[in-house]
Design a protein around this ligand. Structure first.
Ligand SMILES: C[S@@+](CC[C@H](N)C(=O)[O-])C[C@H]1O[C@@H](n2cnc3c(N)ncnc32)[C@H](O)[C@@H]1O
Length: 279
């Protein structure tokens, strides 16, 4: 290592400034992969689509219905939902550059009529009418938001009563200490993520924001291979990454992904919730 661990831990990667690092190291799906078990050896682009498919199935969205994608990234999951189900999708991101890229990609795929992306912040009331959507999802975006309660209230306001919300999120089931705490702190710190919620708090959080929890799945073991693969990918492109982003950022990522790969943290969930009829 060319910097100390302390310097690496302090190095902050500018999450929004550089989309290309994430797509070069990983995929245009900006989320973890899903592997059905040890025998599933799918490559990253397949495994990340497998996670998207897992989410799509649970939205129960159908042709002609409208899906809200909260934290749409580069729009690959939304395009897949539209293609597989025939639904219309409105995606939002608080990053205008992402929105532009997502709309260009939808246009390129001939899906611009069916899939549209807008610049909007989920911490503010959303730019849609009441009860406009049949379903919503938030794939790995909640961990970027300072206040999940606000996000859920804003989403609830634009969903039909009985509509489905599916989300993936990180969580903590037991207080972390030692190597596991260090690994999670490094992971959150390197990309300014957090906070990570406690599992016990989740059902009440949903209830108080207009949802009922329908299904909860701990998919940590199905998704955790992500960190070892990310680490491998960092090493594969080490020279370019060090040149483009500096040693401190590179070393910070290595530390974070290595710690996670070795400690089975952070835990990762998928939940399905139903918009309450009376809120
Ligand atoms: C890890 S990426 C996931 C992107 C996409 N869901 C996917 O799976 O490919 C997180 C996304 O959440 C978005 N995001 C973070 N905070 C947000 C906020 N307050 N409002 C809207 N989008 C937000 C980011 O801009 C980014 O698009």
């Amino acid at each position: 290592m060319s910097t100390t661990d302390d310097q690496a831990a302090e190095a902050k990667y500018d999450y929004k400034a550089d989309e290309d690092m994430r797509t070069d190291v990983w995929d245009e799906n900006l989320h973890v992969g899903y592997w059905s078990g040890p025998e599933d050896t799918s490559a990253v682009e397949v495994a990340t689509d497998q996670l998207t498919d897992f989410v799509i199935e649970r939205t129960r969205i159908a042709a002609g219905q409208r899906l809200l994608d909260v934290g749409c990234g580069l729009g690959k999951p939304a395009r897949r939902a539209a293609e597989r189900t025939g639904c219309g999708v409105a995606g939002i991101s608080d990053d205008p550059a992402q929105v532009k890229r997502a709309n260009e990609a939808a246009e390129g795929a001939g899906a611009a009529e069916q899939v549209k992306f807008l610049h909007a912040d989920a911490m503010e009331p959303l730019p849609f009418g009441a009860a406009e959507f049949d379903a919503a999802w938030a794939i790995e975006s909640l961990v970027h938001m300072p206040d999940r309660e606000k996000a859920f209230r804003n989403i609830a306001a634009v969903l039909k009563p009985g509509a489905t919300l599916v989300a993936t999120d990180f969580f903590e089931n037991v207080p972390l200490d030692g190597a596991r705490k260090e690994a999670v702190d490094a992971f959150l710190g390197v990309a300014s993520l957090g906070p990570i919620p406690r599992l016990d708090d989740y059902p009440a959080l949903l209830r108080s924001t207009g949802f009922e929890l329908v299904e909860f799945l701990d998919i940590t073991e199905n998704t955790h291979r992500t960190y070892a693969l990310l680490l491998q990918s960092l090493y594969d492109t080490e020279k370019e990454l060090r040149a483009d982003h500096g040693d401190a950022v590179f070393d910070g990522f290595v530390k974070a992904f290595k710690g996670c790969a070795e400690s089975l943290v952070p835990r990762y969930m998928l939940f399905v919730a139903r918009r309450s009829a009376d809120s």
